[in-house]
Design a protein around this ligand. Structure first.
Ligand SMILES: *[C@@H]1O[C@H](CO)[C@@H](O)[C@H](O)[C@H]1NC(C)=O
Ligand SMILES: *[C@@H]1O[C@H](CO)[C@@H](O)[C@H](O)[C@H]1NC(C)=O
Length: 198
């Protein structure tokens, strides 16, 4: 009995330490800007992004390296989904986590010339709510030097918070048809929120 009481008191102590005055449990926040340059890359192979890479798992994305066409936002490597669709997600094994998306650099990669590209993005929230946004990447015309082709960058507002997963799918901007290309992502900035102490 004495032991049980001690355990109960110890639990109250832990809860008190985690709570602010309003009884709100503060999650642990960790900020990341992920550049993919620390991942191994072998030419001609499938180069997966390791599971739980800075707290997120990548579905269909792999790590790819600059081939002289579109310049990565930083250094040589970036994340690439060759079919143009994929997900970046909180792993099932860390259910008490979610993330706030801040910004990333992106490009559609289907050679030159390529039509304007529309990137559909979905965000699946912890609450079950699904949000959507479309990004555009401009058409690329022949007659430029490859060094002219750079990624574009975008920011996300407060609505892109408490996410479990984000999904991507690319299409032609003019008629919605298949663009037969890949999607590059670099310098992905986000905050992981961990409520496992709550
Ligand atoms: C991305 O996640 C959504 C929602 O879980 C799912 O419907 C979709 O098939 C996934 N896409 C890929 C490429 O795995
Ligand atoms: C977006 O990408 C295109 C194609 O690489 C480039 O010409 C343009 O300068 C970029 N825009 C910005 C704002 O980076």
């Amino acid at each position: 009995m004495q032991k049980l009481l001690t355990i109960i008191i110890a639990c109250i102590g832990v809860n008190a330490a985690l709570s602010t005055d309003g009884g709100y449990c503060k999650p642990t926040l960790t900020d990341y800007v992920v550049k993919y340059d620390d991942l191994p890359w072998v030419e001609g192979s499938f180069n997966p992004i390791s599971p739980h890479y800075y707290g997120l798992s990548y579905i269909t994305f792999q790590v790819d390296q600059f081939d002289g066409f579109i310049q990565p936002a930083s250094a040589k490597q970036y994340a690439m989904t060759f079919g143009g669709s994929g997900n970046i997600t909180i792993p099932d094994s860390t259910p008490k986590q979610s993330f706030d998306l801040h910004s990333f650099s992106y490009a559609c990669n289907s050679g030159v010339p390529q039509p304007e590209c529309a990137i559909s993005m979905w965000g699946w929230k912890e609450s079950g709510k699904v949000i959507h946004r479309t990004l555009n990447f401009p058409r690329l015309d022949p007659g430029y030097e490859p060094k002219d082709f750079v990624m574009n960058r975008t920011r996300f507002g407060y609505d892109w918070s408490d996410l479990k997963s984000v999904g991507f799918s690319i299409a032609r901007g003019d008629n919605g048809e298949n663009i037969y290309g890949g999607l590059m992502i670099d310098d992905l900035s986000y905050t992981i929120k961990d409520e496992s102490g709550c």
